[in-house]
Design a protein around this ligand. Structure first.
Ligand code: 3Y8
Ligand code: NAP
Length: 249
């Protein structure tokens, strides 16, 4: 009997949850608890960490999980690594639902960097106006360049004081439209964009707007992840679950 665990937190994970619910497949949706008001789901939902790979393995056993789908964000490397470890330890089939990275086109002005530190180093020294669209968890390193006027887009209003002296906050969950991102970048006189190569459609509007305005984009590459089977479409996850079910997994 199939009982799936979705490691969620992305638009694709939300669409997968709806598809499993419609297909009447027994599943649990898991959030990290990063945002104050996660989207409600038709599936039973759990919120918060498992307590490392061992905690996830225990959860798999006690909840009699038969399949794990890692539908987390490409930068949620820790969660993805724990999923590989816990599924190996419990001999549980694992599939990643992972969107393809954005590919640079001829018109893009990307400066590709390996990580947040590389992004800070790539910013100019002369004061400018920078759109930081990387969430709340990675702002502190940018305090090394306090001279810029930063526009931050966050899912929730920041609780504590921000680590940047000259920062404007836009609270918005997305997915975002090209029109909105054009207006945001124009009205704020943005000259630089910092983004993570999230892929997918929910976050790409700002990349397209930057290309139109001919702005430089500091693009942070995805972290290395352990090998695991991956698909890019919700339908492929359903086929994978159906296939195993036929084999009586
Ligand atoms: C986990 C689930 C939907 C889902 C919306 C997608 C796109 C809009 C674009 C920008 C970039 C950023 C950020 C972003 C986008 C979708 C999707 C996506 C980027 C929710 C969600 C969770 C989170 C966590 C949140 C992080 C932050 C990242 C803001 C839900 C709404 C920057 C990703 O403490 C924090 O504020 C944490 C914020 C983690 C990145 C980070 O590292 O700080 N996502 N975002 C909640 C949980 O697991 O507990 O709440 O339902 C999902 C979405 N965020 O269909 O409506 O398809 O995923 N999310 C990035 O790297 O680009 C914003 O501003 O242009
Ligand atoms: P991370 O660094 O890989 O994870 C850190 C720890 O958070 C994990 O070890 C785990 O704690 C817990 N965790 C992460 N995802 C979880 C989940 N779905 N369910 C339960 N616990 C989870 O992850 P992150 O970069 O902080 O991202 C956190 C979550 O936000 C992820 O689920 C990710 O999908 C989502 N997110 C979404 C976007 C987006 O654009 N949609 C962007 C970034 C992050 P334990 O070790 O205690 O188990």
């Amino acid at each position: 009997m199939t009982r799936a665990l979705i490691l969620g937190g992305t638009g694709d994970a939300n669409r997968l949850a709806d598809a499993l619910s419609r297909a009447r497949i027994d599943a649990i949706y898991s959030y990290a608890g990063r945002t104050k008001i996660p989207l409600p789901h038709t599936l039973p939902t759990r919120i918060g960490g498992f307590g490392g790979a061992a905690g996830l393995a225990d959860f798999i056993r006690t909840e009699a999980i038969t399949h794990v789908i890692d539908a987390t964000h490409p930068f949620a490397a820790e969660m993805s690594r724990h999923a590989v470890e816990a599924c190996a330890a419990t001999v549980t089939p694992l599939l990643a639902l992972e969107r393809a990275p954005w590919m640079r086109t001829a018109e893009d002005r990307w400066i590709e960097v390996a990580d947040i530190a590389g992004a800070v180093a790539a910013l100019p020294d002369a004061p400018s106006r920078v759109f930081l669209a990387i969430g709340r968890q990675h702002l502190a390193p940018f305090a090394a360049k306090p001279q810029h006027a930063y526009t931050l887009r966050l899912v929730d209003a920041p609780g504590a004081a921000l680590p940047l002296p000259n920062a404007d906050v836009v609270v918005s969950r997305g997915p975002f439209t090209l029109e909105d991102d054009r207006i945001l970048m124009q009205t704020r006189g943005i000259k630089w964009l910092v983004a993570r190569n999230a892929g997918g459609d929910g976050a790409r509007a700002k990349i397209d707007a930057a290309r139109e305005f001919g702005l430089p984009v500091i693009m942070i590459a995805r972290p290395e992840l352990p090998e695991r089977p991956r698909v890019e479409r919700v339908g492929d996850v359903l086929a994978w679950l159906a296939h195993d079910a036929r084999l009586g997994a």
